[in-house]
Design a protein. Structure first.
Length: 44
């Protein structure tokens, strides 16, 4: 199985905290969903 090189995403602590707060309050934006998807894919 060949793995793709993960894309480096530049997210500062404040941006990450804001996304987590919106996730907790169930008010995620489309951009939040995209960011979370990229983070999880790079983690996997």
């Amino acid at each position: 199985m060949t793995r793709k090189t993960p894309e480096i995403i530049d997210v500062n602590a404040q941006q990450f905290e804001e996304v987590l707060e919106r996730a907790a309050s169930n008010t995620l934006r489309a951009a939040d969903t995209q960011l979370l998807r990229q983070l999880l894919v790079s983690y996997a």
